[in-house]
Write a protein that binds this ligand. Structure first.
Ligand SMILES: [Cu+2]
Length: 268
């Protein structure tokens, strides 16, 4: 993360620049220390779970999630109690925020899909709660099996592109599910994680529409986006829940997001 620290001054300028009209694109994140574990790699992954604006590097305070686990070989393992609260600093260095981290040891070959269901986050600016069901897939020890299976969350993106071993410029295609059914014409927001390890310099968007890319799914809930830079890319399909939650005694809407993260690497 040395690169990220050394460009913090640019970051502060960016934060100030964008402060006038802050984007409302929140993303849950799960980023593993590696998305492909080979025989020669360390077998213990570190995973970080945050609630952020990935391009602008603005962080929201995150309380302990309601669910966190992994699916391997179609079996779910609850990992909630392994999560540790960690404090970090936001882009403008003024406030500390809480995020969550854990170590996970890979023992067998195959795909590991990590998933998180956060505790509902109250967003006063939008007068609603936000719950982002977030996933990421790690491939292990040469067996490519399991990445295209749904986890069975309230809403989720199921990848149609194998979600690892992706080059910069590749097209990522996924399907948006709500209660297990495709969401026709779902709107999908896409952001680059500006703090991606190895990001050579911060991306400074020339205007607000560059911060969050937007694509719409087709009649089967299928969407695609070509990723123009190496690092982590987040895809968030947002829907309104058919249930409400109470804030200060009043019933409020809940935005439920299906979020998926993939990593790209430059061809050298
Ligand atoms: Cu926010």
């Amino acid at each position: 993360m040395r690169t990220v620290n050394s460009i913090l001054s640019v970051l502060v300028a960016t934060a100030v620049l964008l402060a006038a009209s802050p984007s409302l694109a929140h993303f849950g994140t799960i980023t593993p220390s590696d998305d492909i574990v080979t025989q020669n790699d360390p077998k213990t992954l570190n995973l970080q779970i945050k609630f952020i604006h990935p391009m602008e590097l603005h962080y929201m305070e995150m309380v302990k999630p309601e669910q966190f686990g992994v699916v391997h070989d179609d079996k779910k393992t609850d990992l909630l109690n392994s999560l540790q609260a960690t404090k970090g600093k936001s882009a403008d260095q003024k406030e500390k925020f809480t995020f969550w981290t854990t170590d996970y040891k890979i023992r067998r070959p195959g795909d590991y899909t990590f998933y998180v269901e956060p505790t509902p986050y109250w967003e006063p600016a939008e007068d609603l709660f936000i719950v982002h069901y977030t996933k990421v897939c790690v491939n292990a020890l040469g067996l490519e099996k399991g990445w295209d299976h749904p986890v069975g969350l309230e809403t989720e993106i199921v990848p149609m592109t194998r979600p690892y071993g992706l080059w910069t410029g590749n097209l990522f295609t996924g399907q948006v599910l709500l209660k297990g059914k495709p969401v026709p014409f779902a709107e999908v927001e896409i952001e680059y994680l500006n703090e991606s390890p190895g990001n050579i310099s911060l991306v400074i968007p020339p205007a607000d529409p560059y911060v969050t890319q937007v694509v719409k799914a087709d009649a089967n809930g299928v969407f695609s986006y070509a990723m123009p830079r190496a690092g982590w890319w987040g895809f968030a399909a947002l829907n309104e829940a058919d249930w409400k939650l109470k804030h200060d005694g009043k019933e409020k809407g809940v935005e439920i997001g299906a979020v998926y993260w993939v990593h790209t690497q430059d061809m050298k």
